[in-house]
Structure formats: C-alpha cells, structure tokens
Write a protein that binds this ligand. Structure first.
Ligand code: PHE
Length: 344
C-alpha cells in the first residue's frame, strides 16, 4: 500500500476519534460525523484514491478503510450516548416543570341509549335461544316490499313513506327484510333477532326520519299466536319490569296474518293522556303477527310444514318508555348532557 494513503487513513482515524470524543453537543458531534464519515466526507475522499492503487493492493486498502469506518462509527455511538446522558442530566438539573397548570378534563363518553336498549334486548332474547342477524341499509325494493307481500301497487306502501334511492332501491323502511334474508339463506328452525337503523320521511315529537328497530322471527314446526303472545309478554316484562301494562291490538301487516300492534302504558302521564301518547295513555312500540304463508312461499320455505311469528319494535320508543324520555328527537342530537344520563 502506498505510504501516502496509509498515513492519511491513520490521520483520519486519530483526528476523528479525538474530535468525536471532545464534542460538546449532539449537534456538533453529528456535524463531525458528516465531516469524516459522510457522503463527501474525509474517508470517502481517501476511498477515491483506491482507483490509483495497483490491483493487488486494492483489497487490503478496502479492508483497512472498512475497519476504520466501523471503528469510528463505534466511537461515534459511544460519544453520542455519553452526550445524550449529559444533556438529559443537564435538563433535569435546570428545567422546571410547572405542575400547577390544571389538567385537561376529558369528557368521558358513554354508550348511546339506543345501543344500551339493543344490548339489553339481545341479552333477554338470547335466553330464549335467539341469535343476531343484520342486513343492508339500502335494500332492493324486493326485500323491503315485494317479498314481504307488499306488491308495487299495494296500498300498504303508503303506510311507510319511503326514501327511494332509485327505481329499485330504497333506504330500508323497517327491519323486516332481515326476515327474508334469513329465510333465503338459512334452514329452519330459526330464532333470529335483527336490528339497526331504518328510514322514513316522517318527523315530529314521536317520529324520527331515522330511527332503529328490532326485529324478531321464530320459525318452527308448530307456531301459534299463543307462542307469539307468550314470547312478547316475557320479553316486555323482562325489559320494562313487571309494573308496566301492555296490550295487543288487532291490526294489519301484509307480511303477517293475523297481525297485532303492541302498546305499552305511557310512562310520562301514567295513562292519563299527554302529548307524547297523543292523549291515549298508550304508546305503540311495534307490530307483530304470524308469518303470512305468502312470505314463506316467496322465500321457498314449505308451509304449513314450517310456520312462524315475527315482531318489529321501535328501539327509541322502547327507550322513551323505559327511561321516561319526553321527546324522541333527543336521541339523534347526541348532546353529551343527554347521553351521559345513561352511564352504566
Ligand atoms: N315491519 C313492521 C313495521 O315496521 C313491524 C312488524 C314486524 C310487524 C314484524 C309485524 C311483524 O311497522
């Protein structure tokens, strides 16, 4: 090896390591690293001289350069550690923290009452062997209406003012399409519960354009109105407690026959009559009935081999009754002062 390059290398080694050790701040240490080991640093410059060396000397020279590079990197790491420690000690000794500044108070959220009600319903229905299903919010016309025995020109479509997406798709107006998805995709016997948002062009003290429903369906070999009443009475008693009065009122739904509506006594006026219950003393929570054979026929389930009942309740309505909330519009507002009252 040419003595010239050798000397230069030794010089870099000793100067750089001495200067690394003598650096007084992380910043100046880093600058030194760039100066000696950087892309256009001293070591790289010497490397360029390798081109002028005779072929047989090149490997030895390259090895030497690498050794020095590794050595200096090691010296750098150690010097850096020592400096960081010293800098930290310096900060600990001199910096003062102002611990008197009041801490930022975090507003703890809580489960929304709608989901609290849903969870409670799931727990009660699970005890009767029901398990949870979901369905899309944008439904094909077929699932929201047609399969549920509500043909295009059926007057029952007026009962539910619908948000149409296009000619064949709607924002689901109820959770009953979940019944059809389950009948099409699963084999009876079935005990399912479906839930989620539903949409209707409707808004006043007791109606929201976007509210939540819970749908129940039982399909088995022999299912009667007595099973339906027994199941709903159990469910309502478990949910509201024994003090609440309920009644079944004959009604009509195209997808159930016979059909009934379920009312609970108004918790605000205790049955005397107020604006929430429209002066009737009762609040309707939803509908129910035995599954219409036409629905089974549409879903290709053989009837009367299989029979069933279904029910659909409004979640917000149930929350209103259970917690004595006097305006349904409080639910979507998401005001923490309202929501936090349901902290459990
Ligand atoms: N889907 C009906 C509604 O939204 C309620 C219902 C469900 C009625 C199941 C009967 C059976 O009004």
């Amino acid at each position: 090896m040419k003595p010239m390059s050798q000397t230069k290398l030794d010089e870099i080694k000793s100067t750089a390591s001495a200067q690394f050790k003598a650096a007084t701040s992380s910043k100046s240490l880093y600058d030194l690293k760039v100066q000696f080991l950087g892309k256009s640093g001293a070591l790289t410059e010497v490397m360029k001289e390798m081109a002028n060396l005779p072929k047989e000397e090149k490997p030895l020279f390259g090895k030497k350069v690498n050794e020095i590079k590794n050595f200096l990197e090691q010296v750098y790491v150690e010097a850096e550690e020592a400096l960081k420690k010293a800098e930290m000690n310096e900060r600990l000794a001199t910096e003062e923290l102002d611990l008197t500044l009041p801490a930022y108070v975090r507003q703890a959220g809580s489960e929304h009452p709608v989901y609290k009600v849903i969870e409670e319903i799931f727990t009660i229905m699970a005890r009767l062997g029901y398990s949870v299903r979901t369905g899309p919010l944008i439904e094909k016309d077929y699932y929201n209406f047609e399969a549920l025995n509500i043909p295009a020109d059926h007057p029952a479509r007026d009962m539910q003012d619908t948000f149409f997406i296009d000619q064949h798709h709607v924002l689901r107006t109820h959770t009953s399409p979940i019944q059809i998805h389950s009948l099409e995709n699963e084999k009876p016997p079935l005990r399912i519960i479906g839930t989620g948002p539903v949409f209707r062009c409707d808004s006043d003290i007791s109606h929201l354009p976007n509210f939540h429903q819970i749908e129940g369906m039982c399909v088995d070999q022999k299912v009667s109105m007595a099973d339906l009443k027994g199941t709903i009475s159990f469910f309502v008693r478990e949910f509201f407690g024994p003090g609440l009065k309920t009644r079944f009122r004959p009604s009509f739904f195209p997808f159930t026959e016979p059909s009934a509506e379920v009312d609970c006594s108004c918790p605000i006026c205790k049955g005397k009559g107020c604006s929430l219950c429209k002066h009737t003393g009762w609040i309707e929570i939803g509908g129910c009935g035995l599954i219409n054979p036409k629905v089974f026929y549409n879903a290709k389930i053989s009837y009367p081999e299989w029979q069933g009942f279904a029910f659909g309740f409004g979640i917000e309505r149930m929350g209103i009754i259970k917690y004595g909330i006097d305006d349904i519009r409080l639910f979507p507002e998401n005001d923490v002062r309202f929501v936090r009252q349901f902290l459990s």
